[in-house]
Design a protein around this ligand. Structure first.
Ligand SMILES: Nc1ncnc2c1ncn2[C@@H]1O[C@H](COP(=O)(O)OP(=O)(O)O)[C@@H](O)[C@H]1O
Ligand SMILES: [Mg+2]
Length: 274
């Protein structure tokens, strides 16, 4: 409604057809997020949180409805334009860090800049920006270490630095603290909050943790593929780290992770400056 809405979704519907089963993952989602807002999406495992994030960000196509990001309808763009638009305006942080193991922290972070075909950033400048981003997430000393030489929390900080290195307007995070202990989760949360406040970037964060949800500006509750006005499940017993939903949650997270990891790496190639 108001002019500073950066994410607008109307009647978004998405069905998965595996051949064996048809799953109505999103059944008419309406959502508006304002620029600079930090919102969480919460709800039971399988309710469509990851699907919503992936469709809003243009990773996945929708069957019905309209999604506008910064007033632009991604579905109406050609593939190349959409990839470039997403790369210039969005950063991604996932539960499992999606870092390339053979690269050092600084090499992982600079990759989106180096592979950018529109912006043609010089290697030296990319390296400088990557060091700057690592310093911003508190990893100045770890720049030359490989992911295996870093803790889980440090690896997630590297992915946040990578997501933010080109200063995207929107950061999408799918259970960014799901694999971390509660102290480290809180540190990651504090970091994202600080970046949100300092840079005015919009964050959309999927989480199982009510503790995290309550630190954000707003919680968007989902159930059965729809946004609902109130929590539909007891969440207070869920620890800040990890799933309490057992194999179901893991299976969903894992299957969508595979989709993400195949898309995420080539996608970084096109990151350009806004
Ligand atoms: N690639 C896929 N193929 C088929 N079904 C899927 C796929 N991804 C998700 N689903 C199904 O869609 C529903 C929503 O899944 P998801 O968005 O991953 O939920 P959440 O992130 O809330 O756990 C679930 O029933 C899930 O099994
Ligand atoms: Mg999910």
């Amino acid at each position: 409604m108001s002019d500073n809405v950066i994410i607008r979704a109307q009647n978004v519907q998405k069905t998965y057809n595996t051949g064996k089963v048809i799953v109505q993952a999103l059944r008419g989602v309406d959502l508006e997020v304002k620029q600079g807002e930090m919102v969480t999406i919460m709800g039971p495992s399988g309710c469509g949180k990851t699907t919503l994030l992936n469709t809003l960000s243009g990773l996945d196509a929708i069957d019905e409805g309209v999604i506008e990001i910064g007033g632009r309808n991604l579905a109406k763009m050609g593939d190349k334009e959409r990839t470039a638009y997403r790369a210039a305006n969005m950063g991604f942080v996932f539960q499992f860090y999606n870092l390339l193991p053979v690269l050092t922290a600084v090499e992982n972070v600079e990759m989106p800049l180096l592979l950018d075909y529109t912006r043609r950033i010089k290697a030296k400048e990319a390296r400088r920006l990557a060091h700057e981003a690592l310093a911003a997430v508190g990893l100045k000393q770890q720049a030359d270490q490989r992911p295996t030489e870093l803790s889980g929390g440090q690896q997630q900080r590297v992915t946040i630095a990578r997501a933010l290195v080109n200063k995207p307007a929107i950061v999408w995070a799918d259970e960014p603290t799901g694999d971390l202990d509660s102290k480290t989760s809180q540190e990651i949360m504090d970091l994202m909050r600080r970046l949100n406040q300092e840079n005015g970037q919009t964050f959309v964060i999927v989480t199982h943790s009510l503790e995290i949800g309550e630190q954000c500006d707003r919680i968007v509750w989902m159930k059965d593929g729809m946004v609902v006005s109130e929590p539909q499940q007891q969440h207070t017993a869920v620890p800040a780290s990890g799933h309490s939903n057992g194999s179901n949650g893991y299976t969903n997270g894992h299957s969508s992770l595979q989709d993400e990891s195949t898309i995420l790496v080539p996608d970084l190639q096109a990151i350009s400056h806004n």
